[in-house]
Design a protein around this ligand. Structure first.
Ligand code: UDP
Length: 448
């Protein structure tokens, strides 16, 4: 018994020693927490200053609208019922103006009134948007003027949908993130364009781009695989549309192709300039995960053709790891000669493929697909450019925030300046100039 007690005492002493405060650690953690407090205070002050600046602008616009009301009788505000905090119906008002930026200025009043916050979840109209099961947590939060959904919708990259975007915001929010959110909203305002109705196709230089959401595009591909005889699908970005001015065959191919997806922020801006905004940016890199998910569900088999030796295999390994049950029916590098073409076609045909992804670069892949489609036993053939380079890890993709602010192209230029500067630094403005010219020509003959 005595021994037990002594042991117990020893243990207690040991425990107490451990409990003694470690002064060094304590000071360190105090410094860190004070530092964090100062940073958050600093950010909060910046946010308050931002709100005040916007409210001052709002007051100026309000005054101008008051004068307009006196002369024209037009109401100053347009009211809307939204889901406020805890999903309570809340009345807010925008300025009765067409310009989105000026319209939204009125919302800053509600930050001061406490109905909205500066940063938060997306704003939802009360009657327009149905609530879905599982969204209560997102709805319990206060909506914010600056929100991730607005940014993703503006850059046309909100593929996850509004609810998932809001949840992502809620789970990752922080003072610094909120501040960056405000910064990211500024370029988003440039890209933002909303309309009551969207055309199903957008005509650019006589080429008709499909205007769909990512989910709809995937459903379309599923339908084509299941029910069509055989189809081809291409993506176009500003660089592709610059190439049509030099390459007549490529131009003809695109003009005759029914399924063309718009890819890249440049096409976004062009569509906005043509008063036909895009619903979503449908680039191959963002599309592949959804395509793979769908392929697993439908047991579609996918063949990867193109890129340098070893790249398609690496992409295959990565995709299979990520998508359980995905069937990649085969791979083939894209540097084969004309004499090997027949062999490649036989390899694809033997593999019993539903979807053939062809990554030979633009416009080689489009020409190759058109020239060989009738010999290929596949349901859908898609031209996918540098897709395998990204999925094999050979080339890194721009971080999400860069894509959200429309700077993916800059990332590509920095990665491969020699090859890419002409394509983007010269190509992007040239493309937009051509769109302006084309728009004016169309307006002159009364087609726009
Ligand atoms: N490629 C190929 N065979 C060729 C030329 C190119 O397989 O004869 C591949 C190249 O390795 C790369 C892809 O095609 O993986 C095209 O990449 P790029 O970045 O040029 O894409 P694009 O801008 O054409 O969409």
């Amino acid at each position: 018994m005595g021994r037990d007690l002594r042991e117990l005492e020893k243990l207690e002493k040991k425990f107490n020693r451990k409990q003694k405060p470690n002064i060094a650690v304590n000071i360190q953690s105090k410094i860190i927490s004070t530092g964090l407090f100062i940073i958050s205070l600093f950010i909060k002050i910046i946010e308050i200053i931002i709100s005040i600046i916007f409210v001052i602008f709002a007051v100026v616009v309000h005054f101008a609208l008051l004068i307009r009301k006196i002369f024209t009788g037009k109401p100053i505000l347009a009211r809307k019922l939204i889901f406020g905090k805890k999903a309570i119906p809340t009345q807010i008002a925008y300025f009765n103006l067409k310009n989105q930026l000026l319209r939204n200025l009125a919302l800053f009043y509600y930050v001061i009134l406490g109905k909205l916050s500066l940063t938060g979840i997306g704003i939802r109209e009360y009657n327009a948007e149905k609530r879905i099961i599982g969204d209560s947590y997102a709805y319990s939060q206060k909506p914010g003027i600056f929100n991730l959904w607005y940014i993703r919708e503006s850059s046309r990259t909100g593929y996850e949908g509004k609810l998932d975007t809001d949840l992502e915001y809620i789970y990752t929010r922080g003072y610094l993130k909120d501040f960056l959110l405000i910064l990211k909203t500024l370029p988003a305002m440039v890209y933002n364009s909303k309309k009551d109705s969207y055309p199903s196709k957008i005509n650019m230089f006589g080429i008709k781009l499909l205007n769909k959401r990512m989910r709809e595009a995937i459903t379309l591909i599923e339908r084509l695989v299941k029910y069509s005889r055989q189809e081809k699908i291409f993506f176009v970005n500003p660089d592709c549309l610059n190439k049509i001015f030099k390459d007549k065959t490529y131009y003809r191919i695109l003009k005759e192709t029914e399924y063309i997806f718009p890819d890249g922020i440049g096409i976004n801006i062009a569509a906005k300039m043509l008063n036909n905004p895009l619903l979503e940016n449908l680039n191959g890199t963002d599309m592949l995960p959804y395509l793979c998910e769908n392929a697993v569900k439908n047991r579609f088999r996918i063949f990867l053709l193109g890129a340098q030796p070893g790249v398609a295999e690496k992409a295959k390994a990565n995709l299979i790891k990520k998508f359980n049950g995905l069937q990649i029916s085969g791979t083939q590098h894209g540097y084969f000669g004309k004499e090997e073409e027949q062999k490649v076609i036989e390899k694809i045909n033997k593999s019993k493929t539903d979807i053939l992804l062809v990554a030979l670069g633009v416009p080689k892949q489009e020409k190759w697909i058109c020239g060989n489609l009738s010999k290929l036993q596949v349901k859908v053939a898609m031209g996918v450019g540098g897709l395998f380079d990204f999925y094999s890890g050979k080339i890194k993709r721009a971080p999400r925030w860069m894509r959200e602010v429309g700077l993916e192209w800059l990332y590509r230029v920095l990665q491969e300046p020699k090859r890419m500067w002409r394509r983007y630094i010269i190509g992007n403005p040239l493309f937009l100039l051509r769109v302006i010219k084309w728009k004016m020509a169309k307006q002159n003959i009364g087609e726009l």
